[in-house]
Design a protein around this ligand. Structure first.
Ligand code: HSE
Length: 374
């Protein structure tokens, strides 16, 4: 180990925060790199101090004032795990403007404020790492920025929302008849769903993740609002995300040797035009994406010269996501810099308007025209 210990404040002690705090308290030695600074948990911001102390958090560490922890000169690294837009956005921006290092799992903040936060970090020398924002425990942003840096990415696509994939899988399980509400309740119980799961089922969580993947693949921050989420229906656009996918539609897809999954896709044309969409899509049953079931995520990168690379693993949940957060903390301790690594800067306003991929469709009995992919 080298250098002074890095003093860490964790903001938020929910599903992921709890796992990160326990790891920092119980596994500190395992989290020390041979060639990096050690990590010391100094503070945890919680909603309710009394309840946190009763749950076993050291009283000397807990606070209900996250802004004070961010401003505290004794804190070197801020780990933002509160979720949602505000106050998380302002806290992250404040830490970066002070030149601090930030680790976050907050895909909403990174997708909606990425250009601004990147500009601040580049200006102050602050570090922003967000591997946990996409794919839960799957390392995908780091490899895109570093190991695949010699490639030109042509397309990136994947199943990036565990909650919807859990529900769509339940719809196709012959042993458990489809019950949308029951499957969603189970996903919530297991800690996969967002606090407000409408963002999961309407595809907005996947849109945020696609915007972040596109930043690493194409060096532009897309406007989340420009990403399509509704397939065409018989009389105009169908519902967003998986809100109008029915058991009958899944059965229609199955008769065609396919399965409907929520797929996020972004690609760049030769002219630089970016196409991006998050759509319920009919995939071959036996394809790698078609076989990706339950809460698993899978992200595929088509790039030149490497060809197709697949990243597969647990896409949500406290334990899996804490793996990515802790990995980012260890990277900071080793001086690894921000998640975008040496990729070109993307600090301006949103790039070119996003268009929707034009693909053949499977027309279900409901009239919904599900795009077909391989
Ligand atoms: N609600 C998200 C999901 C959590 O279901 O994938 C992980 O980002």
């Amino acid at each position: 180990m080298s250098g002074s210990p890095l003093r860490v404040a964790v903001l938020g002690a929910g599903t992921v925060g709890r796992e990160v705090v326990h790891a920092l308290l119980d596994r500190r030695d395992e989290l020390a790199s041979a060639d990096g600074a050690s990590l010391v948990l100094s503070a945890v911001a919680v909603r309710n101090v009394e309840r946190a102390v009763a749950a076993g958090y050291p009283a000397s560490m807990v606070s209900d004032a996250p802004a004070h922890l961010v401003a505290d000169p004794d804190i070197d690294v801020v780990v933002e795990l509160m979720g949602g837009d505000e106050p998380a956005h302002t806290l992250i921006a404040a830490a970066l403007s002070m030149g601090k290092s930030v680790v976050t799992a907050n895909k909403h903040v990174v997708a909606h404020h990425g250009a601004e936060l990147e500009a601040t970090a580049r200006r102050t020398g602050g570090v922003l790492r967000f591997e946990a924002a996409v794919g839960g425990g799957i390392p995908v942003l780091g490899p895109l920025a570093t190991d695949l840096a010699a490639n030109r990415v042509e397309r990136i696509r994947g199943i990036v929302n565990g909650t919807t994939n859990f529900i769509l899988t339940a719809m196709t399980d012959p042993a458990s008849p489809f019950e949308f509400e029951a499957a969603l309740a189970e996903a919530q119980r297991l800690g996969y769903a967002e606090a407000d799961p409408s963002g999961d089922v309407e595809g907005l969580d996947a849109v945020n993740k696609l915007v972040i993947l596109a930043r690493l693949a194409f060096d532009a921050w897309l406007d989340p609002a420009a990403v399509a989420t509704r397939p065409d229906g018989a009389d105009g656009p169908a519902g967003p995300g998986i809100t109008t996918v029915s058991l009958a539609d899944q059965q229609d897809a199955r008769r065609a040797g396919r399965i409907i999954r929520l797929v996020a896709t972004a690609s760049a044309g030769d002219d630089g035009e970016i196409q991006a969409a998050v759509l319920a899509t009919a995939l071959p049953l036996e394809s790698a994406l078609g076989r990706t079931s339950g809460v698993r995520n899978r992200i595929e990168v088509d790039a030149v010269p490497v060809g197709r690379i697949g990243f597969d693993g647990p896409g949500a949940g406290g334990a899996a996501t804490s793996s990515a957060v802790l990995g980012d903390l260890m990277a900071i301790a080793r001086g690894a810099g921000s998640t975008w690594g040496a990729r070109p800067s993307a600090t301006g306003p949103t790039g070119d308007p996003v268009t929707r991929p034009d693909r053949p469709v499977l027309i279900a009995a409901s009239g919904i025209r599900y795009p077909i992919d391989d």
